[in-house]
Design a protein around this ligand. Sequence first.
Ligand code: ADP
Length: 159
Amino acid sequence: MIRVVCPGSFDPVTNGHLDIIGRSARLHDEVIVAVLRNISKTTLFTVEERVEMLREVTKEHPNVRVEHFNGLIVDFCRAHDVAAIVKGLRAVSDFDYEMQMAQMNYNQAGVETMFMTTNPLYAFLSSSLVKEFARYGGDVAGLVPEPVLRKLTERLATQ
Ligand code: ADP
């Protein structure tokens, strides 16, 4: 039984995230999407909202579950008997930081990290760009799942 974790802020989940989650779900027995409750970072959506949106858009995958976490991902991995962390790599610019983080996690807890190359359709995509473009009237309809687009439009209208 191989259980892996896809960690992130998912503020909000994009089609790039979903691509990595779906591909991980085909390769492993179970995928936990772990949503970081980051107290030092201001987010557009609360952790509960981010978890709810992820649950909705991953419901077609029976082996994916969504949880939230605080603190270190390696502690989450120990507590949930997770074999490896799966991360998406978009561009070389992701690489330096991700490699350091992966080595630190291995050094601290022997937790492995596996990198999946992004689908080229989504290589430019990040939650922060989606929020920025949506805020100023950009069309992000093809970049996030439909229920997320609705929540995003609603939230930005109230700001
Ligand atoms: P973001 O950088 O969008 O704020 P998160 O912190 O939520 O992302 O990212 C969680 C994980 O998803 C990271 O491993 C990140 O590299 C990966 N990821 C984010 N966007 C994409 C994408 N467009 N394609 C592949 N992986 C992605």
